[in-house]
Design a protein around this ligand. Sequence first.
Ligand code: 5GP
Ligand code: ZN
Length: 116
Amino acid sequence: MKSCLFCKIVNGDASSDIIYENDALIVFKDIHPIAPVHVLIVPKKHFNHLIEMVTSEEGRAVLANVAEALPDIVRAAGLENRGFRLVNNCREEGGQTIAHVHFHLIGGRTLARELP
Ligand code: 5GP
Ligand code: ZN
């Protein structure tokens, strides 16, 4: 997807502060962090949103890649042995602003129990 910002970051055509990368995904710092740690876990393959991803066999495999890498990502984010919040905003009503599936990993302070 040429016009997609996260595809550009994945391809190195836009800059980002990468903290972790493997064949399936890239993790970089959110440009507007809401906590001391706020990174985005971004599958390299473009899916518009979570439901589009999990309704294909290939997308479910990518979701499994995220699950497999999660302990290493949490360690790379400096959150080993700490708590965090993992969030997906799905589609416009869910608060999604970038139409390339991603997960927010947020932590580094005690987070309010209420979701916004
Ligand atoms: P969403 O609202 O789609 O769940 O999350 C999109 C996130 O991407 C937001 O938290 C926003 O701050 C972040 N973001 C938007 N543009 C950029 C950018 O150019 N670079 C980085 N690193 N993050 C961005
Ligand atoms: Zn994309």
